[in-house]
Write a protein that binds this ligand. Structure first.
Ligand code: SER
Ligand code: ZN
Length: 537
């Protein structure tokens, strides 16, 4: 747990009178330690304590240790508020300033903290303890939010280190019966071989008309079976987010290593690009290092969670209770997530297409909608797609840090509270169902509590009520891959509901040089023959 220690000096308008010294020793110090510095804390170690004091000319110097609730700088200000009236009324002395010296923040674990931060003087790591020493701070600086933000950051780092570097903790909550797969091959390899998808860049594919047709049918199936019956309506969300949005959602702090950023051009005048045009024309090179000079620093991040604009839209508004709950979905464009390595076909991609389902309401409404969605998801996975699936309760670190949940304890899991459920499907081509690597996360569903409604200031009409939010992602590529991996390309092996809604895909692309291999051509013919069992549009 975070601790804080340092010397606080109160600079008085006159020398400290002897009478005050004896009053302080006999009475005030006890009062400070037993009341002032423990106000509002439930455990003593969360409060602060004056461990020694001395008087020097016009200065009172206190050595203070504090816990996580009454932090050193707040303790210093509390003591000032307590002493000022006594010094003023009884001794006609004012407090001119407060200086915090030799302040150390002590954290468990070896943490990396940047010394380039203002107010940080030095960072030392000793015996799995990290000590962050601060520069001397005056009263005006103690009141600025910067020190609180630094403490929040350090608290975040300490908790994250304890969390064990994992993004989330995983616990199985439900699974389908075992289902004999109808297929064992790897659809990723097949799709590329038959030329239905072609790699564009790392983790990006061009989806040709036949697979696009099937993906779109799959998408409508989900909308018709899961979303429409529950009353969700479609909206179109922007796909580039101003950076500030990421500050509020927490993504800029939590996942900067997975995000793509975008820049505006340096100006709207083509003349400002003369040098660039010359360079490109003569060298015929698309050199990103040179391009740097002609673009502004990035001011956007590209669609990442896909629900970001939803919180923004309701942010700063007061919501009429009659309009609650609000239930939308967006499928208007791709999301981008940088994945380093391990990219494979449609299993892990950088650019992916998702139906993002979002809702907000009173806490009970948000829980109820999540539960109804879960019921429909289960029906969809179990009956409509008839795949082998499992669900896990995962506790994402971001909810722990937002204070929405406590770290998970062993024992019963209560899912009717903020948290995330991951949906996973078995990929038989990757191994047996006992092998953890043979399972793929195909989607998730979350209750966020007020993790987003608070920073975006989404307010309920009634003062004593609060707004919660929830979201769920249906990643098209992954769901479709899971289906193909268990059911294959033969419609005779597809469950009735899927078969009923699928129609024959349009012609595959064939060129003199495409698909790339004889094998691929042959396989394509076989698959086309199988799919010709489907009715045409
Ligand atoms: N927005 C959620 C996520 O990014 C669900 O899609 O995981
Ligand atoms: Zn979301």
């Amino acid at each position: 747990m975070i601790r804080f220690e340092g010397d606080v000096e109160y600079i008085l308008s006159k020398a400290v009178p002897e009478d005050f010294k004896s009053l302080f020793t006999k009475k005030l110090i006890d009062e400070i330690n037993s009341k002032v510095l423990l106000r509002g804390v439930s455990k003593k170690e969360e409060g602060a304590r004056v461990v020694s004091y001395e008087f020097l000319d016009n200065l009172i110097r206190l050595k203070i240790r504090s816990g996580s609730k009454v932090r050193l700088h707040h303790a210093a200000l509390r003591i000032k508020n307590y002493l000022a009236p006594i010094l003023g009324k009884e001794f006609r002395i004012g407090i001119r300033d407060i200086i915090l010296r030799n302040a150390n923040i002590i954290l468990e674990g070896s943490l990396h903290v940047s010394t380039s931060l203002p107010i940080v003087k030095e960072v030392r790591i000793e015996d799995k303890i990290t000590i962050v020493s601060l520069t001397d701070l005056k009263e005006s600086e103690l009141k600025r939010p910067i020190i609180d933000r630094l403490l929040k950051l350090l608290d975040y780092k300490e908790k994250r280190a304890k969390w064990g570097g994992k993004v989330e903790h995983w616990r199985l909550i439900k699974k389908s019966v075992g289902k004999e797969p109808k297929f064992r091959d790897d659809p990723n390899i097949i799709l590329e071989k038959i030329g239905w998808i072609k790699r564009y860049a790392t983790g990006q594919w061009l989806y040709t008309p036949p697979i696009t047709h099937l993906l779109r049918k799959f998408e409508s199936l989900f909308i018709e079976v899961v979303l429409k019956p529950l009353g969700f309506s479609e909206a179109i969300f922007p796909k580039m987010n101003p950076l500030e949005i990421g500050l509020k959602t927490g993504h800029l702090r939590g996942t900067p290593h997975q995000m793509f950023f975008a820049s505006q051009p340096i100006s709207y005048n083509l003349e400002d690009f003369d040098e660039w045009i010359d360079y490109v024309s003569v060298l015929n090179k698309a050199d990103p290092d040179h391009l740097r000079n002609f673009i502004k620093p990035p001011t956007y991040f590209i669609c990442f969670a896909q629900c970001e604009p939803f919180y923004w839209f309701f942010g700063g508004e007061i919501i009429d209770r009659k309009e609650l709950p609000i239930m939308w979905f967006d499928r208007s464009g791709p999301s981008f997530r940088w994945e380093s390595g391990g990219l494979r076909g449609l299993e892990r991609v950088v650019e992916f297409h998702r139906i993002e389902i979002v809702w907000l309401g009173e806490p009970e409404q948000v829980i109820e909608i999540r539960n109804k969605l879960l019921e429909r998801y289960e029906y969809f996975m179990d009956r409509v797609l008839d795949i082998e699936w499992r669900w896990a309760w995962v506790t994402p670190f971001y909810l722990v840090h937002a204070g929405e949940i406590e770290e998970e304890k062993e024992g019963e899991i209560d899912i009717n509270r903020p948290g995330t459920i991951d949906f996973e499907a078995w990929l038989p081509y990757k191994g047996s169902r006992e092998d953890p690597h043979a399972w793929l996360e195909i989607g998730n569903i979350s209750i966020h509590g007020s993790k987003y409604s608070e920073p975006f200031r989404i307010k309920h009409q009634l003062k004593d009520k609060i707004i919660w939010t929830g979201c769920s992602g249906f990643g098209l590529q992954r769901w479709f891959l899971a289906f193909l991996a268990q059911k294959g390309f033969d419609p005779d092996n597809w469950p009735a509901e899927v078969r009923r809604r699928m129609t024959r895909p349009p012609r595959s692309v064939r060129m003199v040089t495409y698909p790339k291999s004889k094998d691929g051509e042959k396989l394509l013919e076989e698959i086309e023959l199988l799919l010709s069992k489907l009715p045409s549009e």
